[in-house]
Design a protein around this ligand. Structure first.
Ligand SMILES: C[S@@+](CC[C@H](N)C(=O)[O-])C[C@H]1O[C@@H](n2cnc3c(N)ncnc32)[C@H](O)[C@@H]1O
Length: 398
């Protein structure tokens, strides 16, 4: 018999209505995406309704906005969705003792009955989803080449957080059945190149049915001609840039720039005075040159060891970097020696009042350096990138 696992607290409900959108990120990046979204729309024009996490998979910020115009500029999210149906379900309260108790056969039967009932409600929620036309119009406006005719091919992507008495594929089928029963369009099940994607997420006691408004182009970006292993996801690089509080007079340094993703994303976030990158690996620098191409001027790319940066003291306003994680690049033992030198060197080249933003999976090493007083960040964000736990450290200098 399967052990009983306590569900986490159900997420806080929000009032459902039109113009509700969802931005998806890697887990832990949702507050950053929300911050950028609020700034792009202008404070007061949008409101956050909640955040959600599918552990190790995605983070979400749910918000209401007057339209999708503001989303076209947002770079810290990987995907956008319109929320087309929302339901709450009663759930058993979480067991505070978090005990593992085997289920009795009667409890098992009750679970199955509840599962069937929930899936039935998922089907009717999909059939009756109210904001499909608005979502279709938003999709057409955001994705060049997409269409919204009478006959539409659709695909359903299902996800679950917490324990549920049904399988993910059952959830997917329940939505497929519901959409197939709608009479607003002629809906046909489709494959990878479907016109419309419905993404459904079941949380403990909550169903979120959304229509995807973006496509792969948002995640992968047009400049990524040279994509190398270890190269950062563009939305993650943009989030690091956003945390550096972009300013027009920024002189931005990525001392270990790899394929240049951080610098390029920073360039897209707003004006700057200069971009400077460096790396010790010539192949990486070559990839960065290819990705940068003739754009993003003025930019300087240097071959150097980041513990001996060829810049004068107090010469940059921002350092934004993805440190070696000791997995693909270097080793943990090497990082123990390397990190203190790196941080000291980053400080040296910073103008007073500047910001250092560092991403790494070496969280234990960073905790150790902080306890030894090597650096003191004012912000630490725990994140997960493609399933790997990591953290972002933000530090103001002098
Ligand atoms: C984690 S990767 C950063 C990848 C980069 N953010 C990107 O998106 O492509 C770390 C980079 O640091 C470089 N690196 C490692 N040790 C270095 C050092 N001592 N000095 C300069 N660069 C170094 C590696 O060559 C690699 O390109």
């Amino acid at each position: 018999m399967r052990p009983r696992r306590a569900n986490p607290e159900p997420p806080k409900p929000f009032k459902f209505g039109p113009h509700i959108y969802l931005a998806q990120t890697q887990p832990g990046f949702e507050p950053i995406a929300w911050n950028e979204i609020a700034a792009r729309y202008g404070r007061g024009n949008t409101a956050e309704l909640g955040r959600r996490l599918v552990p190790d998979r995605v983070g979400m910020t749910i918000f209401t906005a007057p339209g999708i115009a503001g989303l076209k500029q947002v770079r810290t999210a990987e995907d956008f969705f319109a929320v087309v149906a929302y339901r709450r379900f009663p759930v058993a309260p979480p067991d505070p003792a978090k005990r593992y108790v085997p289920k009795t056969p009667a409890e098992h039967d009750e679970d199955e009955r509840l599962g069937r009932k929930t899936l039935e409600r998922v089907r009717s929620a999909s059939r009756d989803a109210r904001f499909i036309e608005e979502a279709l119009a938003a999709h057409v406006s955001l994705v060049p080449g997409s269409r919204a005719g009478r006959r539409l091919y659709y695909r359903v992507v299902a996800r679950m957080a917490g324990e549920h008495p049904f399988r993910r594929v059952d959830l997917q089928h329940a939505v497929e059945r519901g959409i197939g029963e709608r009479d607003d369009h002629v809906w046909h099940p489709g494959g990878e190149d479907a016109d419309v994607e419905f993404w459904v997420t079941m949380f403990p006691g909550e169903l979120l049915l959304t229509m995807r408004l973006s496509d792969e182009r948002l995640r992968h970006r047009e400049y990524k001609v040279a994509h190398l292993p270890g190269s950062l996801r563009p939305s993650v690089a943009a989030a690091l840039g956003w945390l550096s509080e972009p300013a027009d007079d920024d002189i931005v340094l990525d001392p270990m720039c790899g394929a240049g993703t951080v610098l390029i994303e920073r360039a897209h976030l707003g004006r700057y005075a200069k971009l400077i990158g460096g790396d010790s690996n010539p192949a990486m620098l070559e990839a960065a040159r290819e990705n940068v191409g003739p754009r993003y001027k003025p930019i300087e790319l240097n071959s150097w060891d980041a513990t001996k940066i060829a810049l004068g003291d107090a010469s940059v306003t921002k350092v934004i970097t993805n440190l070696p994680w000791g997995m693909r690049h270097g080793s943990h033992a090497e990082n123990r020696r390397l990190y203190p030198y790196l941080i000291e060197e980053f400080r040296r080249v910073m103008k007073p009042g500047g910001l250092i933003v560092m991403l790494t999976a070496e969280t234990r090493l960073m905790a150790d350096l902080m306890s030894r007083g090597v650096f003191r960040p004012h912000k630490i964000l725990r994140v997960s990138i493609l399933g790997a736990p990591a953290a972002i450290y933000v530090m103001r200098v002098g």
